[in-house]
Design a protein around this ligand. Structure first.
Ligand code: AMP
Length: 471
């Protein structure tokens, strides 16, 4: 019997196949397969919007000199244990992890930053220049409770600036790149919430103040009793995470919690002041959020998240069919500085800062506001009549493709009516009709579907004529 060890489970494929066969023999109607929970296909009707977004990310990245990197989808589990922290929500609850047949512990990457830094160290990318600006676009995987804006397969576009020194101007440049992507998606009333969480020198002092506040030391408090179970544990392991809790009771508790700003060392204070000055110079709207910490271990100093404050109209297409004005409570992007990450995963000390935009959420907001993906790519529709024309159509399509003209066709259909119907559905306004007579005479009919006007022209002039009409 062949067995595969996956997720610590021994999968007995033969037995599964037998059961499957038996159930079909019993005449049961089998339900069609569905994509896994929290994971969506991107369908053809949505692709133009996605493609526009991906293209805008590429254009923005290139304009600011970020170079593309594509890291592997699977990573060693330890990479995230060490970088995100064993007590982070992602590691504790959201990893799609499994053991391979060879015994390696792997995980579907839950985020891009640790992977990019892993690749940077592994391939000695510092020789490409300091700092090195990199960007990526791709799927990430988190075992979350699916809801609007929270998926198990999510797509991010990320910008990282690695190496060089820890100049605050790089923090501002990363925020700018993320901001520009959201702006290109025509999302209005964007606001960057920004904070600093200090460095190895000043953070211990702040951590103590936080612990004292939550544990009630030096005052009379029963906060610990009011905290959720996770926060009680966070108080022992990583009190900064108390500020990140989304449970309503815990949100109320953090209202009077001490803020990092009062505990910063002079270097961090100055660094943060400069970051704010630079983003002000770039005219990026921002708000200080003293309790923004972000739940991963690798961050230091700057942390930020970007939100929209605009509301979609009541008749907007809300996810899950909801109606009524929509507020978007979730972050569309976020990031921060991670100067210690390289050391945490076995590299040399490397200053670094980065951020990522959640593309699924951006598309959701674009849809709610009715943002269109711009002009569709123009295509001609080629109709053939008869066998000779069908055969000659193959070379004709190649010639048009060579000239940069996109061609739609239904070469498998013979009837003119059926082909015209397909042309109409496909949205082409220019149709080429290639019949037996035209095939013999090396000519073709070009017809404008909007006006119905048509003319016959020599085949060698067709590419120029189509281009002229598309202009
Ligand atoms: P993070 O890597 O958690 O900092 O997330 C960066 C951005 O990715 C967020 O601001 C969101 O826009 C998006 N994002 C994070 N988690 C999810 C999720 N589960 N589903 C959809 N988008 C997400």
């Amino acid at each position: 019997m062949r067995r595969n060890k996956l997720s610590f489970l021994e999968i007995d494929y033969e037995n599964m196949a037998k059961k499957d066969k038996k159930s079909s023999e019993k005449g049961k109607v089998r339900a069609p397969f569905q994509s896994p929970k929290g994971m969506h296909d991107i369908l053809p009707l949505d692709e133009p919007m996605w493609e526009k977004l991906r293209k805008d990310v590429r254009t923005i990245a290139e304009a600011y000199n970020f170079r593309r990197i594509d890291t592997t989808l699977l990573e060693p589990l330890d990479l995230f244990l060490r970088s995100l922290g064993a007590s982070s929500d992602i590691v504790e609850k959201q990893m799609f992890a499994f053991r391979t047949k060879g015994g390696d512990m792997l995980v579907l990457r839950p985020e891009g930053t640790a992977s990019v830094m892993r690749a940077y160290i592994q391939h000695g990318l510092s020789h490409l220049g300091q700092p090195l600006k990199l960007y990526y676009i791709g799927p990430m995987f988190r075992y979350e409770q699916p809801q609007a804006g929270r998926l198990r397969q999510l797509h991010q576009a990320g910008f990282e600036i690695l190496g060089g020194d820890e100049d605050p101007v790089y923090d501002a440049q990363v925020i700018l790149a993320c901001y520009r992507v959201l702006e290109s998606a025509k999302i209005k009333q964007l606001i960057v919430r920004v904070n600093t969480i200090g460095c190895r020198n000043c953070r211990p002092n702040y951590r103590k103040k936080l612990t004292d506040y939550y544990a009630g030391r030096g005052g009379n408090s029963n906060k610990e009793k009011l905290m959720c179970r996770d926060c009680k544990r966070r108080l022992e392991e990583n009190p900064l995470r108390l500020l990140d809790c989304k449970v309503p009771g815990c949100i109320a508790l953090k209202k009077d919690a001490p803020v990092m700003l009062d505990s910063l060392c002079s270097f961090c204070k100055n660094h943060f002041k400069n970051v704010l000055e630079y983003i002000e110079e770039l005219k990026i709207p921002y708000a200080l959020d003293h309790h923004l910490v972000r739940g991963l271990d690798y961050y230091n100093r700057t942390v930020f998240e970007i939100f929209t404050e605009s509301e979609a109209p009541a008749d907007s297409k809300a996810p899950e069919g909801k109606l009524g004005p929509q507020k978007f409570e979730y972050a569309l992007g976020g990031g921060g500085r991670f100067d210690y990450l390289a050391e945490m995963i076995g590299g040399r000390e490397t200053s670094a800062v980065g951020g990522a935009v959640g593309l699924d959420r951006v598309v959701e907001v674009m849809k709610a506001f009715g943002v269109s993906s711009g002009r569709a790519v123009e295509k001609v529709f080629l109709i053939h009549i008869g066998d000779l024309a069908k055969k000659k159509s193959l070379a004709l399509i190649e010639m048009l493709r060579h000239e940069g003209i996109n061609v739609a066709e239904t070469l498998g259909k013979e009837s003119l009516k059926a082909q015209l119907r397909s042309a109409d559905k496909g949205g082409s306004s220019v149709v080429l009709i290639f019949g037996q007579k035209e095939a013999l005479e090396d000519s073709i009919i070009i017809r404008d579907l909007r006006t119905g006007a048509q003319e016959t022209i020599p085949l060698h002039k067709i590419a120029a004529e189509v281009k002229r009409r598309f202009k």
